[in-house]
Design a protein around this ligand. Structure first.
Ligand SMILES: [Zn+2]
Length: 101
């Protein structure tokens, strides 16, 4: 079956239109994903990843340790596990004693 040039053109423009709309939709999805990410970040900021209660942050020798006010889980930011691991035994004991009741 032979195509007339104008039909080919129509097909071409329809495909262009589809591509353009698809791109718009993809951009919408991307900004939605960003908004959702931002929303979740605000929702979960300084909340315990296990039980969802507030975290209490203490600063010990520049290491910020977050302790849950409910389940007593202790959370570290990126790089802080290494910093804690590098503490001397006495430094570690002092860090733990901060949390003792
Ligand atoms: Zn917790």
């Amino acid at each position: 079956m032979a195509w007339k040039p104008s039909e080919k053109e129509e097909e071409y423009f329809a495909r262009m239109e589809f591509e353009r709309k698809k791109k718009l939709e993809e951009e919408k999805h991307q900004s939605l994903a960003l908004e959702e990410k931002q929303r979740l970040k605000e929702l979960h900021y300084m909340k315990c990843p296990k039980c969802g209660m507030e975290l209490i942050e203490i600063d010990y020798k520049g290491i910020k340790v977050d302790k849950c006010s409910e389940c007593e889980g202790v959370w570290l930011d990126a790089g802080e596990l290494e910093a804690v691991a590098n503490l001397e035994k006495t430094g570690l004991d002092k860090l733990f004693s901060v949390f003792k009741k």
